[in-house]
Unconditional design. Structure first.
Length: 245
């Protein structure tokens, strides 16, 4: 038995545009190829992301960068084959009776190589600083609309400590419990309790999607280069860990 066997609809929760491809692009392409309905929700528009030199005007304000990253995300999702997407805080991912809102990218600071922490200037409107209860209500509204068989998201550390990723884990796990479906954590190591999916055959789709996120990453052969120069292997294969194991 595979964790994917009984999934007809998957609700996938990510923090910023490009996270869906970097962390789970191969898996999303695989799910769609298997006929699974994938509904992706993105918590913020990544308006505090650093820009790869030469891709966009470095003088863009946050509103302009958000618009650019929205367009990049739409292109990436087309390459992967995902055609259902929502922004947290915007209907249908908004609690009934509340006006639509935008959760702002919280930013981050490196604590040490590979581990991020909160930015000192996040501000009260940052995703990681605003009400958890409101965010859970927003995501729950979407879940009740799409009726997922599983929720997929980050583990407790958000992958590398980014405060928005950690918060996305908190609300995704809470909503999975609320609607009574499994919460499956993305895993990038073959640890005990992880079901590993060899998805090398999804490399082309994932790489094509990454190229759409040109303001944030550059594809260089089998690696992607982040805006700050950090290199990372493009890895379509990924694991899923049922929460609590």
């Amino acid at each position: 038995m595979s964790l994917l066997d009984d999934i007809g609809t998957a609700l996938v929760v990510h923090a910023h545009p490009d996270d869906e491809t970097i962390a789970s692009g191969g898996l999303l392409a695989e799910l769609r190829a298997r006929g699974v309905r994938v509904v992706l929700v993105t918590a913020t528009r990544g308006e505090r992301g650093e820009i790869v030199p030469g891709t966009l005007d470095p003088a863009l304000d946050e509103t302009e960068l958000a618009a650019a990253r929205e367009a990049e995300l739409h292109g990436a999702l087309s390459a992967i084959g995902v055609d259902e997407h929502a922004w947290l805080g915007t209907a249908p991912a908004r609690a009934a009776g509340l006006r639509d809102r935008r959760y702002r990218d919280s930013g981050m600071e490196w604590v040490r190589p590979g581990l991020a922490g909160p930015a000192a200037d996040a501000g009260p409107d940052a995703f990681a600083e605003t009400s958890v209860d409101e965010q859970v209500a927003d995501l729950l509204a979407l879940a009740e609309n799409v009726c997922p068989d599983a929720v997929i998201g980050y583990g407790p550390d958000g992958g590398y400590g980014h405060p928005d990723h950690v918060r996305a884990h908190v609300i995704a796990a809470a909503v999975a419990r609320s609607v009574g479906v499994p919460f499956l954590e993305l895993a990038h190591d073959r640890d005990p309790g992880v079901e590993w999916f060899d998805l090398e055959h999804r490399r082309t789709a994932m790489t094509d999607a990454l190229r759409h996120h040109r303001s944030q990453v550059t594809v260089d052969g089998s690696e992607l280069v982040h805006s700050g120069g950090q290199r990372q292997a493009i890895e379509p294969s990924v694991g899923l860990r049922p929460s609590g194991r």
